[in-house]
Design a protein around this ligand. Structure first.
Ligand code: FES
Length: 115
């Protein structure tokens, strides 16, 4: 998981009740965030494919990779790294924590450039 950035605020997404192997999308501060539960751990990435802006939240989760529903690119939920073409740029991966049963994220790093 990306390390928390000192001084950056955390933003509440919602209850931390995403089941193992499932995903959920959230909107916060103008960002679309995809959260996945991989083996009991929660991870958060930007919910927009770097290939052509496909909605990753509508894709399938394989282990801890999300597959874009549009053309099949895959992204590592833990790092945001693109692991299958046609995407090759990463999506943003956000520091995440659970406080009092609520998922919170820092909205850094900023979204990656688009083509
Ligand atoms: S928009 Fe995601 S693979 Fe093309």
């Amino acid at each position: 998981m990306p390390e928390p950035i000192p001084g950056e605020p955390f933003h509440i997404l919602g209850p931390a009740d995403v089941a193992d192997g499932e995903t959920r999308d959230y909107q916060v501060e103008g960002h679309s965030i995809l959260v996945a539960n991989c083996g009991g751990e929660l991870w958060a990435i930007e919910d927009r494919c770097t290939h052509d802006n496909g909605p990753l939240a509508e894709g399938r989760l394989y282990r801890c990779e999300i597959e874009c529903p549009r053309h099949g690119a895959k992204f590592d939920m833990k790092t945001g790294r693109a692991t299958a073409l046609p995407a090759f740029l990463p999506v943003a991966a956000y520091p995440l924590r659970v406080v009092d049963g609520q998922i919170e994220v820092q909205l850094v790093p900023p979204p990656q450039p688009r083509y």
